[in-house]
Ligand binder design. Structure first.
Ligand code: AMP
Ligand code: ZN
Length: 473
């Protein structure tokens, strides 16, 4: 399995630190609003990475945080006149609902920044002790960026170029009198509270953590000092992930993460979808028009490192494509329930091995840095194969093997294509009534049709002395 590692700038063979196990951390959303579909891209992409690794037999410990202390959350709380925890708790719940509807598995652990403050204080203390951080006069603690020699290794930036870029900013700070940093490149680990803001007591001042420190601490606590994969959107490469590396490696003295994975942007009209630009569509809004499986399909129809432009036409196309798979599955289910022969017929071995070749092709696409676009194309080839090569003449075993394969490959991508349409009891009973009547009228064709229709939906009928009994298979 090859993974593109932002750190090396190339695809590398994936070798976990501990055999058979994967420790994976994905930066989660800041919860002050409903998530937009740009935020949904890393959720869907890295959930798919996780599912594929699990399919390969790896045990994935998947940690994804909620950033629940932040200027934007505080602003929203002030506007509503509530505590900021009211805002964050509300949107964590809403986010979890959206994730479930997109068939994104819950993380092994979903830590919240506000519940990990002690760990953050401890790591900042270690950084100060080791000479990597310092306290300024007003109680702000900064990371001493130049003390971490490899700074810039993830974003492939040269520290002296960065210094140049910061000169204008440094000048602005001097003018506002806020220039208490030793170096313009230094970044905040802890900052003093402002009136009305949530705060915690620390050795430096009553205040709150900077943004970057939370991920270093939560990753260490739930996964250990060295992890396999750290992931997020590409806007996080610099400065967020670069700063996380500096904090974690300076504090722990070990490589923080072996592989760094970043998804490209979801754009709209050629620009990054973001809350600040106001050009966003919420996942909730999309769910009013589409089953969110369609959104998931749309996201996976492009490789995760390619930019993806959102448009109404592409969503329609995604819907139609997904429907094609679902229809094929429904047809196969119907054929399975009507098949005359149970066991494999002569010549069907060849059909099954031909179908198996698609699994190999699917795995090859996914092994190549999770090429979901090609993996989906392979599912379509398999669907086409099923539509053209299989019929009511095939045995149940053969039909079922191909059916299961389509469902399984889709499931690895988190796409639910086996819609068990739950029939209401009343509808079932009405059909049974109709079947009884048809039998009385000697319309056996209709009676059989009804029995088959029910069977396709997993309802088994049994004629007994007391009348017709039914059960869900
Ligand atoms: P935020 O809530 O802004 O911290 O973002 C949460 C996650 O969503 C991060 O991994 C971001 O990189 C990612 N993200 C935000 N906007 C987009 C976008 N338009 N396309 C892809 N990923 C995004
Ligand atoms: Zn993070």
């Amino acid at each position: 399995m090859k993974v593109y590692n932002t750190l090396s700038g190339r695809k590398e063979e994936f070798v976990p630190i501990e055999e058979g196990k994967v420790k994976m951390y994905v930066c989660g959303p800041t919860v002050y609003n409903l998530i937009h579909i740009g935020n949904a891209r890393p959720m869907i992409v890295f959930d798919t990475v996780r599912r594929y690794m699990e399919h390969k037999g790896l045990e994935v410990n998947y940690v994804s945080n909620f950033t629940d202390v932040d200027d934007k959350i505080i602003k929203a709380a002030i506007e509503e006149g509530v505590d900021s925890s009211v805002i964050s708790e509300r949107y964590i719940e809403e986010c979890k609902k959206d994730m479930a509807a997109m068939n994104v598995k819950p993380a092994t652990t979903h830590p919240k920044a506000t519940e990990e403050i002690d760990g953050m204080i401890a790591m900042i203390e270690t950084l100060i002790e080791k000479g990597h951080a310092y306290k300024a006069a007003d109680g702000t603690v900064y990371f001493r960026t130049r003390s971490f020699k490899p700074y810039g290794k993830l974003s492939h930036k040269n520290i002296d170029d960065l210094e140049g870029g910061h000169r204008a900013e440094a000048h602005a700070l001097l003018v506002t009198g806020e220039d208490q940093k030793e170096d313009p490149l230094d970044f905040v680990l802890w900052k003093p509270k402002k009136d009305g803001e949530p705060y915690w007591v620390s050795p430096w001042c009553e205040g709150r953590p900077g943004w970057h420190i939370e991920c270093s601490v939560m990753s260490k606590k739930y996964l250990g000092d060295s992890i396999d994969i750290h992931a997020g959107g590409e806007d996080l490469v610099f400065p967020h992930h670069e700063n996380e590396i500096a904090q974690s490696e300076a504090a722990n003295g070990q490589e923080f993460s072996k592989y760094w994975m970043h998804n490209a942007f979801l754009n709209i009209d050629g620009r990054k979808m973001s809350k600040s630009l106001g050009n966003f569509k919420t996942v909730r809004g999309i769910s009013e028009h589409y089953d969110l499986q369609v959104l998931r399909f749309f996201m996976l129809s492009a490789h995760y490192r390619s930019q993806l432009n959102f448009s109404a036409d592409l969503m329609e196309a995604a819907k139609n494509s997904l429907d094609r798979i679902i229809t094929a599955v429904d047809n196969l289910k119907f054929l399975v329930s009507n098949a005359k022969e149970e066991g494999l017929l002569a010549g069907e071995d060849a059909v099954i091995s031909e179908a198996k070749a698609f699994v190999t092709k699917f795995d090859e696409a996914m092994d190549d840095d999770f090429n979901t676009a090609d993996a989906i194309s392979t599912i379509f080839e398999l669907v086409k194969f099923a539509n053209t090569k299989l019929s009511g003449e095939n045995s149940k075993a053969c039909l079922k093997a191909v059916l299961d394969e389509i469902i399984e490959l889709s499931d690895i991508l988190g796409l639910i294509v086996n819609k068990e349409e739950e029939m209401l009891d009343a509808d079932i009973e009405a059909l049974i009534e109709e079947r009884q009547q048809a039998r009385k009228d000697k319309n056996f064709a209709r009676a059989d049709e009804i029995r088959d229709e029910l069977l396709a939906k997993g309802i088994v009928l049994k004629d007994t002395r007391e009348g017709v009994k039914w059960s869900r298979s």
